[in-house]
Design a protein around this ligand. Structure first.
Ligand SMILES: Cc1cc2nc3c(=O)[nH]c(=O)nc-3n(C[C@H](O)[C@H](O)[C@H](O)COP(=O)(O)O)c2cc1C
Length: 189
């Protein structure tokens, strides 16, 4: 099983989340993660066509996915959408931003809509919301309480090496594992 993670990261924070997603994929036997940064171009469309699942990742900029990921979305129209090359592939998404909320949901909705337009099968986050009771803390998984995909947050004045919170990275790792496990259920016997 090949699972590609197509992501953008202007300053390296979302890249760390992408690596955590890849680590989760690696925990599932027979699953291989391929990290593809859209900024590295040119896009490897052939690898995406071979992939059993594609996970999208973006920083939230201006309450949206980044321009570079959006460009990838547009470019996929000719490369994949017209011939529905990604139909029935598994899809999922994650986004990182500076504010706790930061309008991240809009980024995930954009990814899920995009996946639906490609005929892909969207996998959400199967986790109860963390840090939402008197006994909760920022160490809880899914501390930002998302279901559509993984939301992570990093302080804007800290470098990627220190800014990402352990619980967020573990939540991202969980999504990677979940996507790999789900993808394996769609493999021919
Ligand atoms: C152009 C721009 C727009 C941003 N817009 C938002 C936003 O709408 N919401 C938010 O919470 N943070 C916003 N941020 C902060 C980024 O989401 C945050 O710094 C994030 O960690 C960047 O990820 P990256 O290092 O992967 O690029 C913005 C940052 C930039 C540069």
């Amino acid at each position: 099983m090949l699972i590609s993670i197509v992501y953008d990261s202007g300053f390296g924070h979302t890249a760390r989340v992408a690596e955590a997603v890849a680590a989760g994929i690696g925990e599932v036997e027979g699953a291989e993660a391929k990290l593809i940064a859209v900024a590295d171009g040119p896009m490897d469309w052939e690898t995406l066509e071979r992939s059993d699942a594609i996970i999208f990742g973006s920083p939230t900029y201006n309450g949206l996915i980044s321009a570079k990921l959006k460009q990838f979305f547009e470019d996929s129209t000719k490369a994949a959408w017209s011939a529905q090359k990604w139909r029935n592939k598994i899809a999922a998404g994650f986004t990182n931003s500076g504010a706790q909320h930061g309008d991240k949901l809009n980024s995930l909705v954009s990814m899920a809509l995009f996946a639906a337009q490609h005929g892909m099968i969207w996998v959400g986050l199967d986790m109860m919301p963390g840090n939402s009771s008197s006994t909760g803390s920022v160490d809880d998984l899914n501390r930002l309480g998302s279901w559509l995909g993984v939301m992570t947050q990093s302080n804007v004045d800290q470098a990627p090496e220190v800014a990402l919170i352990g619980s967020d990275l573990k939540t991202a790792q969980h999504l990677g594992r979940r996507v790999a496990e789900t993808t394996s259920r769609f493999q021919p016997a």
